[in-house]
Design a protein around this ligand. Structure first.
Ligand SMILES: OCN(O)CCCc1ccccc1
Ligand code: NI
Length: 197
């Protein structure tokens, strides 16, 4: 996975191009490489070796490729339980991921009036600085996209998955997470806004 471009690179501010179907081999392979990048970034041994920051999503413009392709890989948490000897036992999740897919030409087709933000704010692999503040997003969003076979999909997201997918769709529309932080009061909340831990 070639280098991720950083803020200041104009590609991050472009509206990326729709991909055509049937997908070219290049666009299929690119999607697979993006998902593999996320897998590698979430495996601490590999991430350490490759010097990767763990990512739950990535968008093609971050690779200086101005196309509407995103990949998302959101792991489910493992459970920690105590056994009869009072020892901690790690229970792996039934499903490893709550989202694991490549989306072509994704778009938000409808959303809640209610907003939501991660309580701890957001970061970005293309931003090498901490920018505190609530990134105001839709609490729930219906996403339409095409899979690599060209099938049209429609999914309803809420919680952390909704935040991640909106962050990635913003990238293919030239929007950075800090664009959605209130410049006057970064921790201002909107009416009824959800704060997600
Ligand atoms: O564009 C992906 N990338 O910069 C990695 C970080 C993804 C991400 C981080 C916080 C909240 C939502 C999504
Ligand atoms: Ni990002």
């Amino acid at each position: 996975m070639d280098d991720i471009i950083r803020e200041g690179n104009p590609t991050l501010r472009e509206i990326a191009a729709d991909v055509e179907f049937p997908l070219s081999d290049e666009n299929i392979i690119l999607g697979e490489k993006m998902l593999n990048f996320l897998r590698n970034s979430q495996d601490e041994v590999t991430a350490e070796k490759m010097g990767l920051r763990a990512g739950v999503g990535i968008a093609a413009p971050q690779l200086d490729i101005s196309r509407k392709i995103i990949a998302v890989l959101v792991p489910n948490a493992e459970e920690i339980e105590e056994n009869e000897k009072g020892e901690e036992v790690v229970i792996p999740p039934k499903e490893a991921y709550s989202l694991a897919t490549v989306m072509y030409n994704p778009r938000v087709v409808s959303h809640s009036v209610q907003d939501a933000a991660l309580a701890e704010g957001e970061g970005c692999l293309s931003v090498d600085r901490d920018i505190p503040g609530y990134v105001i997003r839709h609490a729930r969003a219906t996403i339409e996209y095409f899979d690599k076979e060209g099938n049209k999909k429609k999914i309803k997201l809420k919680g952390y998955n909704a935040i991640v997918v909106q962050h990635e769709i913003d990238h293919i529309n030239g929007i950075m997470f800090f664009d959605r932080i209130n410049p006057k009061n970064p921790f201002a909340t909107t009416e009824g806004m959800l704060l997600l831990d």
